[in-house]
Structures are given as C-alpha cells and as structure tokens.
Design a protein around this ligand. Structure first.
Ligand code: UGA
Length: 441
C-alpha cells in the first residue's frame, strides 16, 4: 500500500520505517529540510535501538522516501498519517497548530479519497477538528472529495520503539466508518497475523484510550513514589513492598518501580493535557492533579537528600552524576529528572561532573554554556575528585560498578541513588553512606 507520513519525529519515523519494512511504500514529509537531507544520507536524528539500519535499508531499497514536498506527499498515499508534534501550550494543553496545518495541507492538494490517521497524541475531539478543517479547505477549493479521519494512537516506548511497533500489543482504531476498516486491516495485516490485535471503537474513545493508558502508567509510578516516601518515614523498605504487591496479578510488577520521578516527552505532557481537557469541561481531575504533584515533588527528592547530607550551601562541592537521559536506551532528556537535579545543585553553588552512555551530545546542546558542568568521557572519569555520586538513570552499565573504584575516586563514600540500583546492606558493609528511594535512608 502507499502510505504518507507527515512529521518525522519519534512516532512518525519509527512507524514509517516499520511499515516500509513489511513492504508498504512509505513517503515521509517534514518541513525541516536539513532533517530530510540527513535522513537521505543515513543520519538519523534520534538514538533508538535498531532504527538506523532499518531506515537505511528501506531507504536504499526504495520503500522509504523522504521529502519536504507536501503536495507530492498528499498525492503519494491513500493513507495519510499525521504524526507531527503536539507540544504543550503555556497552560499545559496540547497545541494542535501543527496537526491542523497538516490537515489543511492534505485538503489543499488531495484529488482522490484519503484516509487521514491521527497518530500524534491528541486531545479528545481532535479528529472532529481535523475533519472540519479539511471540509472547510475543500469547500474553499470548491471541490467535493471524500475522506475519512481515523484515530490510530501509537503506544511505542522510547528505547524499544522499533520492537513495540513491529510487535504491537494492540492496534487501536477509532472510526465512524466501517468501510475504512478493511483498508486498515490490509495496512496492518503483517502485524496482525497470529491473533487479532485490532481493537475497533468510536473516534473519541480511541483518542481517550491513548491518554488513559499513559495516565494510568503515570499514576502507578506516582502511587509507588508516594508509598516510597511513606516507607522512608516508617522505616520500611519500598523494594520489599514492591515485590510484595507486584506478586498480585491484579497489581502486577510493571511500572511500580519507585524512583526520582518520571520524565520524557509523554507522561508529563499527557497527564497535564488530560488535566487541562478535564478542566475545560468543568471537571476537576483530582487524581491526575495528585499524580502530577507527586511527580514534581519526587524530582526534588535527590536534591533534598543531598541537602540533608551536605547542608544548604554547596559552594566548593562537586557531584559526579551518572545518567542524564530520562530513562535508559535513549538520548532524550525531555523532562528528565537529571535536569531538575543539576539545576538544584547549580543553584546552591555546586559543580557537576556528568556521564551518560548516550545523552552527552544532547546535554552539550542544552547545557553547553554552563561553566559549572563538566561532561566526562566515562563513568569512572566522572567520579574523579567528586564529593559524592548521584544516579538519575538506570543504565545497565551502572548496575554492577566497581565499588572500590567509586570509593577511591570520591572524596567521601556517599551515593545518592534515584533508581534503587544497589543493595543498601551490602553498600553499608562496604563503608558507603547510601541514600536510595524509600529504603529507610
Ligand atoms: C510512554 C509509554 O510507556 C508508552 O506506552 C507510550 O506509547 C509513550 O509514553 C508515548 O506516549 O509515546 P516513554 O515515555 O518512552 O513511553 O517511556 P516509559 O518507559 O514509559 O518511561 C517513562 C518514565 O517513567 C521514565 O522516566 C521512567 O524512568 C519512569 N518510570 C517507569 C518509573 O519511574 N517507574 C517505573 O516503574 C516505570
């Protein structure tokens, strides 16, 4: 099938590459000419395991095309994905200007039936907006061409995006027209072979499903972070509690890891956007507000521990920081806990020596101007002469470090661990002062 994808961000690029891999002819359109040129030369704008070879292969084999020519894109596919960004507005609601701009573009150039699929995470009611923008544009052109708007939210995780997209747990389709379902079955047939993963529903339910999924996951994390704070105050160990409750299949082990807060481009933005949506219709979303508040407070947990240990004034102190990305296997630093931590340390006069396996360039791009940040080439180099070690991301390479090297390199054997990577008893036997989340520090 011929498919066009507008927006070569995370969602758009991964979806396009995966659709091309299974044999569809996919054209990706983006306004960023540099990005398009880079992709043609095999330069991928994001770090995502498995994505670079997939993009290169499908580009070379001619199934994956990149262009800035929107008109050509509209003519290319009957399927038109909208996968552009929906950044938060000043008040936290999702800004739909890029989505509606693509809708207008499609309607300006289309000459035949199009199925427009909303892949971006968009508030309930967006498909109606897309439809009315398109209808208005077609009216202005004085033409009548049929089209369908479908909500088809994406559930991929950064760091596992290619495999999530190749082996989706579900393919949610929101439509009010049964006739497009066959087209979508054909499009997704390669991902839908062993058992039917397509979940059909009305458009608004599909749009809300995406927010409900992310908000449920964010709620699990904030709930667990709240329990971790209680555990700390009550002298319990949240890691034991986690195992104790996770064994109940109704609760499950997934997404109940306490830590220094959730980040990324999805949870913080989507929780806020659903709060705004609720408020706009006069409903007070108490639980979601609490989820957000708990997360905000949780990101200040490590700075609080540091203050408890070293006092308010950190002038002259240097902190080794392991982990800058918002989670492992990505170089993404959007809403990362490391940023809140570094900014709190700098505010109190401290220096930071940081290392991350993938996010060094991104850190340089954001904080390159700071004289109180040194980016170090290895995790060991980051330790040299620092007063303590702080961990913000659970990269595999941080899980079994050489504790003798850590001890020798630091001025004091103190570790602030925002991801509960180590056994407190063992560390204490080795002579470390170990602060972890909800483990009775
Ligand atoms: C999230 C969802 O997990 C995907 O299903 C969804 O498709 C995606 O958003 C999206 O809307 O596009 P992602 O933001 O890539 O994916 O990252 P997650 O793996 O969900 O992690 C989010 C944050 O939660 C990270 O900062 C992570 O450290 C934190 N987290 C996760 C915890 O603190 N505890 C946990 O138990 C799990």
């Amino acid at each position: 099938m011929k498919v066009t994808v507008f927006g070569i961000g995370y969602v758009g690029l991964v979806q396009a590459a995966v659709l091309a891999e299974v044999g569809h002819e996919v054209m990706c359109i983006d306004v960023d000419a540099k990005k398009v040129e880079n992709l043609k030369n095999g330069v991928i704008p994001i770090f995502e395991p498995g994505l670079t070879p997939l993009v290169k292969k499908n580009y070379e084999e001619g199934r994956l095309l990149f262009s800035t020519d929107a008109e050509m894109g509209v003519h290319h596919g009957e399927m038109q994905f909208i996968a552009v960004g929906t950044p938060p507005d000043e008040d936290g609601s999702a800004d739909l200007k890029y989505v509606t701009a693509v809708a207008r573009t499609i309607a300006q150039h289309m000459n035949s039936h199009k199925v427009v699929l909303d892949k971006s995470t968009v508030p309930v009611g967006t498909a109606d907006k897309v439809r009315s923008v398109m209808a208005q544009t077609l009216k202005e052109r004085g033409v009548e061409i049929p089209f369908d708007v479908v909500s088809n939210p994406e559930f991929l995780k950064e760091g596992a995006a290619v495999s999530d997209c190749m082996r989706p747990e579900r393919i949610v389709i929101g439509t009010d027209n049964e006739d497009v379902v066959d087209l979508l079955r054909e499009l997704y047939e390669p991902f839908n072979r062993n058992h039917d993963r397509m979940i059909l529903m009305d458009i608004r339910s599909a749009e809300l499903t995406k927010y409900a999924a992310n908000c449920m996951l964010a709620t699990k994390i904030s709930f667990m972070n709240e329990i971790s704070n209680l555990a700390e105050l009550l002298g319990a160990d949240v890691e034991k509690v986690r195992q104790g409750i996770g064994s109940d299949p109704r609760i499950g082990y997934h997404f109940i890891y306490p830590g220094c807060g959730y980040g990324g481009s999805c949870f913080p933005k989507d929780v806020q956007a659903l709060i705004r949506t609720a408020e706009q219709i006069g409903y007070q979303p108490r639980l979601l507000q609490a989820v957000e508040q708990v997360n905000h407070a949780q990101k200040l947990k490590l700075p609080e521990f540091i203050q408890r240990h070293f006092g308010e004034d950190l002038k002259g102190k240097t902190f080794a920081l392991w982990g800058l990305s918002f989670k492992p296997n990505t170089d993404d630093m959007r809403e990362a806990s490391s940023r809140v931590l570094m900014e709190a340390l700098w505010e109190r006069g401290a220096q930071v020596q940081a290392f991350d396996p993938e996010a060094m360039d991104e850190t340089q791009r954001i904080y390159g101007h700071r004289t109180d940040l040194k980016l170090m080439g290895t995790k060991e180099a980051a330790l040299q002469g620092a007063d303590a070690l702080v961990i913000c991301t659970e990269w595999q390479s941080f899980r079994v470090p050489d504790f003798d090297v850590i001890k020798k390199s630091l001025k004091q054997p103190v570790i602030f661990d925002g991801r509960n990577l180590y056994d407190p008893e063992r560390l204490s036997k080795r002579g470390f002062v170990y602060y972890a989340i909800g483990r009775g520090a």
